[in-house]
Design a protein around this ligand. Sequence first.
Ligand code: SAM
Length: 245
Amino acid sequence: MNDFEPTSFTLNTIAIAHTPFQEKFAVPRQPRLAPAATGYIELLPPYDSAEALQGLEQVSHLWLVFMFHQALPDPDQPPRLRVRPPRLGGNTRLGVFATRSSHRPNGLGQSLVKIEGIEGCRVRVSGLDLVNGTPIVDIKPYVPYADCVSDARNAIASEAPEPVVVEWQDDVYQQAELIQQADELELIALVEQCLAQDPKPAYQTPSPERQYGTRFWHVDVGWHYPEPGRICINRIGRDSDSRKS
Ligand code: SAM
């Protein structure tokens, strides 16, 4: 009989995710929903060697195992057994183990992303759903024959959510084009793909006057809902410039 019964473990950060997302708001709720969400995974010592990635050039996708470092459980509070997934409108509760909520017993998350390239001890990836600076605790290759389940079922989240319509105010689109070109960012596609996921909680019905915003890289983006299910991007600017206007 195995009498080893560990109750706690220590995890070390082996890499950091560099992503466009400076805030949690408007980060896609799952990976691969926004292919333009590109960034890189930077290995940290003692793993910061190309040796640790040897063979990965033969692989198309990666599992990132990471810490939800901006939503770690409070050890002084009772554990959350049920959570309110945004997918169900944010008001319905489900068992934590039936969801992919960021509020988890050990703060661990997992995301499947596409490898775009390997540069020394950095892996460029796309389809990210992680806040910039997220600590990565393990990296594993996707194994199609084992990880792809053709008859898998999840009646809570059977399909990717229907995208909402995203429009730009004309002058704001022109400004986005200028920033995109000057700063060499895939800004317009990223903003459109992330906002099409409708970042606001589904139970909110915002008035057309209500303003929303977030930051992609160093760019502030603001929008409103002229009517439910339609987003109009009406502010953009580097850093905090657009929030002042
Ligand atoms: N794919 C992962 C999983 O299933 O474990 C993450 C799913 S979770 C629903 C994704 C959301 O977590 C994002 O939309 C963002 O709001 C939030 N998030 C991303 N990185 C985070 C971090 N480092 N700390 C806390 N929350 C984070």
